[in-house]
Structures are given as C-alpha cells and as structure tokens.
Design a protein around this ligand. Structure first.
Ligand code: AMP
Ligand code: ZN
Length: 134
C-alpha cells in the first residue's frame, strides 16, 4: 500500500535493520526499541490487522517469530520474551500494517507482563461471558 511506512520498508524505500527474512515475512529492529533487540515481524503483503490478512500468510508468521527468537537466543541470550501485537486503535496500534512485537526480556529489567497492559474486568462475570460464546 502506497502510504504505508512498513510497505515502504518492504519495498526498500525506507532502510531497516533486518533480523530475519523469507519470501512472506520480514523481521526488523524497532527504531524506538523498548528493549535491546526489540523486533517487529511483518507479512510482506499489506494488511491492517490480523483479521484482514490472508489465512495462508497468517500461517507463516509464527514460524518466522520462532526463527527470530532462535536468532535472539544466539545473539542476545535474553532470559525471556514478550511476544504480541497491538490490534486497532483501542489496542494501541499506531502503524496500520499488522506487526508482531518480539520483546526480549532480562531478569530484573523492570518491565511488566501481559497482565500489565489492561485491567478493566474487575466486575466481569466470566460464566456470563462464556454463555455469549455458546
Ligand atoms: P504499534 O504501536 O504496535 O503500531 O508499533 C509501531 C512500532 O513501529 C513502534 O514501536 C515504532 O517504534 C515502530 N516503527 C515505526 N517506524 C519504524 C521504522 N521506520 N523502522 C522501524 N520501526 C519503526
Ligand atoms: Zn503496509
């Protein structure tokens, strides 16, 4: 997509620090890292979110994340990771091209976990929600 910054990276109109690449996926260092080695994994086709992405391409993403993590194991040797993505404005997504953040973590680095992203369900009845899903 013409105006998409990540499509421009794929098309080499904007430089990147590549960590891993194959025919469907590019992984590159985040330019404003929140941890050493913070990497973004993106499909080479434009899709705003996972829900807009062709299922066959979606299947390529997790093996690519695994390869990125294997590279990190060799190069940076972190103690752990957080892996995930911000989906849509409510989820904090800024760049409208689906991207998986791979965040290496070290013991004592002061970061949080998935539970620190949001805490808005104190009055939610889980059984009631389960009924919605049938
Ligand atoms: P999100 O908030 O999930 O949409 O994250 C977008 C991420 O893209 C941010 O962490 C930015 O630092 C990163 N980013 C934006 N432009 C670039 C770029 N040219 N190269 C590498 N990372 C970028
Ligand atoms: Zn794009």
């Amino acid at each position: 997509m013409q105006d998409c910054i990540f499509c421009k990276i794929i098309n080499k109109e904007i430089p990147n620090y590549t960590v891993y690449e194959d025919s469907h996926v590019l992984a590159f260092l985040d330019i404003t890292p929140r941890a050493k080695g913070h990497t973004l994994v993106i499909p080479k086709v434009h899709a705003e979110t996972l829900l807009d992405l062709n299922e066959e391409i979606a299947k390529e993403l997790l093996p690519a994340v695994q390869k990125v993590m294997n590279r990190m194991e060799a190069v940076l040797k972190p103690d752990g990771y957080n892996v995930g993505w911000n989906h849509a404005e409510a989820g904090g997504q800024v760049v409208p091209h689906v991207h998986i953040h791979v965040l290496p973590r070290w013991n004592g680095d002061g970061g949080g976990n998935m539970h620190s992203i949001v805490d808005s369900a104190s009055d939610v009845d889980v059984a009631e929600v389960a009924r919605l899903f049938g």
